[in-house]
Ligand binder design. Sequence first.
Ligand code: TYD
Ligand code: MG
Length: 453
Amino acid sequence: MAREKRKFVCQECGYTTPKTLGRCPGCKSWQSFAEEVEALITPERHRGIGQVSREPEPISQVKASDVERHLTGMLEFDRVLGGGIVPGSVVLIGGDPGIGKSTLLLQASDALSRNYGEVLYVSGEESVSQTKLRATRLGVRSDTLYVLCENNLEQIEKHIEARKPKVVIIDSIQAVYLSSIQSAPGSVTQVRECTGHLLICAKNRNIPIFLVGHVTKEGTIAGPRILEHMVDTVLYFEGERHHIYRVLRSIKNRFGSTNEIGIFEMQNTGLVDVMNPSEIFLNDREEQVSGSVIVSSMEGTRPLLMEVQALVVPTNYSNPRNTATGVDRQRIALLIAVLNKRVGIDVGDADVFVNITGGLRVDEPGIDLGVLMAISSSHRDIPVDRQTVIIGEVGLGGEIRPVTHVDRRIQEAAKLGFKRAIFPEYNRKGLDIDIDIELVGVSDVYDSLGALL
Ligand code: TYD
Ligand code: MG
């Protein structure tokens, strides 16, 4: 009989050692090791693995199977998935607690079960009656949506085998466990092995499986990094908890493009697709206040117009504060440095607050120039014209660097009634805009300030 193999696994990154260590050599976190028993390959597992292996075929003769995707009925969700769910794929959805992962999947399950047959929603965290309460609130009452409150994956697999559902939801992967593995649910080994089992299950039965994944305080999905490599699609559900907007972002997708985002509004009756996001993030565009500018960010295939606000005020502290919501603080520090060195605007003795309205998070460099303009506008207390959209990446030399899809960004702004676009001069060549809008090309920060303030 095989001897049990014990090992210590870092719960943050999955690094394994035979002896426990104070600090993980892999991810440098302290006291992160826990003892686990290594999963042994049982004859049963061997059979499972055996089933998926097939004969190699010449690619020219492989029939392109017309993959019929299942639609969730939530347009934004389907778009992020690349046009619906591919049967046999495993989709991991991560996000902060309370952001709305269960809500999203319960709503999607409703439509899926109506259109394609039985959906099995496995709730490892909430009781059946809690799920029912949420379902009532969401108006979910499909007869073919089945709820199962179970944490044991062997049991869950039995149910899948017996009921043959069309779609399975596991809420969450950290709550389920295999009894053949001794470590606790949520530990690296459990999460990895459970995901492995579910992958085989999805591929063998050709059913899509959604996994809900909790995130760590650093914002990545808890469990080993390889989890993201194992599954077909990784989506993050994010947003400011106190705002009504939620963004579903694709990080990895074997069946669609990544960096695609879907936008939802959290209402009393659940999540609702936001079809015209630019218009929503730009409401109340009447008054002119200093420090507020409109930028355009490419989110996947869509340009998204949004408002950046900055507030520059004399500090009361010996070290001025630099606070950012929705944008990277390091990026703000860099832009402040460029402003100082290249234009001579010094905000070093002031607190700088930067905010993207609507609770969005953006890390696209195309909004650099807009952020810089918002800071200068607030510093000088001169408003920027609200009919102008600002596009451009800022380099360390104060130069305005080209951005991707400049046409689409300008076109979108023109469609929404903007009168003027400030954009990188570099991008002018080959620019193809068929709607009337004034185009102002700029090559450095100095130019841009001249054009705007
Ligand atoms: P939930 O789906 O439980 O989040 P997660 O599964 O990611 O932890 O979302 C819970 C939050 O959503 C909770 O704070 C209340 C809010 N909510 C609404 O605003 N409207 C609704 O219709 C529902 C069901 C939830
Ligand atoms: Mg939940």
